[in-house]
Design a protein around this ligand. Sequence first.
Ligand code: HEM
Length: 408
Amino acid sequence: ITEEPGPLTGQAPPPPVRDWPALDLDGTEFDPVLAGLMSEGPLTRIRLPFGEGWAWLATRYEDVKLVTNDPRFSRAEVTRRQVTRLAPNFAPRPGSLAWADQPAHNRLRRAVAGAFTVSAMKQLRPRAQEILDELVDGVVRDGPPVDLVERVLEPFPLTVVSEVMGVPPADRDRVHAWTRQIISTSGGTEAADRAKKGLYGWIGETVRARAVSPAEDVYTLLGAAVARGEITAEEAVGLAGPLQIGGEAVTHHSGQTLFLILTRPELTERMRARPEARGPVLDELLRYIPHRSTVGLARIALEDVELAGRRIRAGEPVYVSYLAANRDPDAFPDPDTIHPDRDPNPHLAFGNGPHHCTGAVLARLQTELLVGTLLDRLPGLRLAVPPEQVRWRHKTMIRGPRTLPVTW
Ligand code: HEM
């Protein structure tokens, strides 16, 4: 426990700077370093493995919501600095939504928003179900045991996101290999740079080729927006990359979701017995699941801002932890327990404010289809190994099982 929140005159000694190494955590264990930081106070200071200096870390629900919805905290400013961070390499691209402030963020998002709306996702649903059914047909045909990650959780989001983006089937393996390398922290800067070069080169060519295409996929929307002069060709590439990579998040997130469901028989039974209970359970798992290692992307204070009884000075970097906010007892009573009936459940698993996840509706659709279809079509679905033998992804930003051996 550190000192009481100090006066806003800046006299309170700043909290110590804590090193936050990227731990290789297994299962759905909550990061003990983050738990320690949360117990030290609402606003602590951290140093991550790469970049320079230290950054503030906000962990309370209300503070996280404030920081992420306040234009006094800038993403664009981070691109001009070497802020302490988890990723070894740092090369933000023009056009990337994550690094844009208003009004550029709105202009860029408008170019692709149509492909990710609730109504677009409704239209996508039957095709997504068809893709999933084909994969599950194969699993049923081959019989147990199977690795769900390899057979379903990896190919399904990849195929669906490639469908939304408009990646031709012949290019899908290549695109997937690049995205996997980019989100991995193993292989170092060089491997990630090579993968980025490959993916972004491919996207550039694809957008150029689509300018006159009649299709309705994202690469076509981007080609058209470039042709109308609303975004530059370079911005189109920076916009598309993270969308293409976003599909990976569903693989790992649904891996954690299924691991939790299959190791808690009361959840499986509830979801089988009452399909209407599936939505609230999945939402509660979204709140509970430690989706990522450490923290995502920083923001920089553009002016002095008072937060949690302290003064953040202009120019200082700030991180928020959505994982921590989702465990704030003031927002979620008994936060470390999965309560399948939790209501309301205003979790921040997809972020908050202008940078709220572009693919949130798509991710929800895929998770709902995945869990529902697997429970309905594989009665008796269970892990084929003891839970402690499931192997987890290491040296990674997004956490999840490497394999999920199941039987039924
Ligand atoms: C941003 C979570 C799936 C595309 C984010 C953010 C979170 C998040 C926490 C950051 C918010 C911030 O910067 O403050 C998730 C989770 C997913 C998922 C938990 C799966 C369960 C997807 C998918 C896509 C996607 C499927 C795309 C197809 C993006 C993009 C951003 C983003 C482009 C940056 C948005 C911006 O800065 O304006 N996501 N995401 N995500 N996500 Fe997702």
